[in-house]
Design a protein around this ligand. Structure first.
Ligand code: GLA
Length: 398
């Protein structure tokens, strides 16, 4: 409750009255299935216990008044002037304000009426670290506007609204995984999600393992073109493979055998890109079965394979992430380790025997400092429930 009390009092100081609502949206890790959600693939993420929080009330104007407490920054923008991406003083919206503005823009495009807001935002999710700090902000605003409106969308529809905000307003061509996980998280479970059919199922994590997140401290910018370039490369590879493989509508439809038979049709630059996606889809399907059978060791081995594929084929790792994985895999009790999220910096996720987790954390942190001179933030992360709302202290689902 401490976090809620803090944001409540920050809201009161700012606006002179208590907030009507508080919303919470968690970050996410991905255990396996990286860079496949925009190829119709399968993913295995989980919502985690680092969250964003938003205290808010409806306002009587069309203005959004937002105080980002961690940044000590205020922004005001108008719902009737979203296309220009300008604040009420005519200045370009700061990067972090594009997320709420983008969600508002999509809601209005979808003819879902929304009101002005007074709001205070805080977040424990490190920015640019691969833990979906931006999707958490999008989700929290989608949830907030829904709470104040007569319309009701399903959590999956809200996730799609957030994805569209990111694609069309912010300009990152991301998939559905992040807002999906943030809205559908289930405590102590990973989420096995088919990004084509939108079917999903929570899979319990074995009780004897812990998930340890290691933040390399190196930040990336997703808007940075590297992510969009990878997506474009996947689309090019698909176009070439689909000419030879009828019935292939996304790289997820290409089997490993088909890929081997037809890879020569791809230019050398596209071959490793498609190979990662095809291999990663196979890995996720195997991994989901292993997790259901509580085979944490087998699952961990696939995480290591997944990292190697992201490093060597998809080329989205970084020296720091590789170092974290190299150190981790040699430590006692470590079953698997890989970068999580888009890559290019950020965090690794480690699957560790629960009774060795504390020693693992100490040894990983100190070896990383020794090898790189950098400081990694390393912690045990628990899967939690998805985004929710509090109204006058009562917890409400989205
Ligand atoms: C980012 C995107 C996701 C997904 C991952 C990589 O987190 O937002 O949609 O593509 O990268 O798996």
């Amino acid at each position: 409750m401490k976090n809620h009390a803090r944001i409540r009092s920050s809201f009161e100081q700012h606006y002179g009255h208590p907030p009507e609502w508080i919303a919470r949206a968690p970050g996410r890790i991905n255990l396996l299935g990286e860079h496949v959600d925009y190829n119709d693939g399968w993913v295995l993420p989980a919502a985690i216990d680092r969250c964003a929080r938003l205290a808010f009330s409806a306002s009587t104007t069309s203005e959004i008044m937002l105080y980002a407490a961690d940044l000590e920054a205020n922004v005001r923008f108008d719902l009737n002037a979203l296309d220009d991406k300008l604040d009420c003083d005519g200045n370009p919206l700061p990067g972090w304000a594009l997320y709420p503005a983008g969600v508002a823009w999509v809601l209005r495009q979808n003819h879902l009426p929304i009101s002005g807001l007074q709001a205070v935002l805080t977040s424990q999710i490190p920015i640019g670290s691969g833990l979906s700090s931006s999707a958490a902000i999008e989700v929290i605003f989608a949830v907030a506007w829904q709470a104040l409106s007569p319309w009701q969308q399903t959590p999956m529809e809200l996730a799609q609204i957030c994805q569209r905000a990111e694609n069309e307003y912010v300009g990152v061509q991301c998939g559905l995984m992040d807002p999906f996980s943030i809205l559908h998280g289930v405590r102590d479970h990973a989420l096995f999600f088919d990004t084509r059919t939108l079917d999903w199922e929570p899979v319990p994590l074995p009780a004897h393992v812990s998930l340890v997140v290691a933040d390399s401290g190196v930040r990336r910018r997703l808007g940075g073109s590297a992510y969009n370039q990878r997506r474009e490369a996947c689309e090019q590879a698909l176009r070439l493979l689909a000419k030879r493989l009828p019935g292939v509508h996304a790289l997820r439809d290409v089997s490993l055998d088909d890929f081997r038979e037809h890879e020569q049709a791809l230019p050398p630059s596209l071959r490793p890109i498609a190979e990662h996606v095809v291999g990663e889809c196979v890995r996720v399907l195997r991994a989901a079965d292993l997790l259901k059978a509580e085979d944490a060791k087998g699952f961990g081995a696939l995480m290591l394979e997944g990292h190697a594929s992201l490093r060597d084929l998809y080329q989205v790792s970084s020296p720091e992430l590789d170092t974290l994985v190299e150190i981790a895999r040699e430590l006692p009790g470590c079953l698997g380790a890989r970068l999580t999220g888009a890559g290019f910096g950020g965090c690794t996720v480690n699957l560790v025997e629960a009774q060795t987790a504390e020693t693992f954390i100490e040894r990983l942190s100190s070896a990383y400092a020794q090898r790189t001179g950098g400081k990694a933030d390393v912690w045990i992360s628990r899967p939690v429930d998805g985004a929710n709302l509090l109204l006058h202290g009562q917890r409400k689902p989205v």
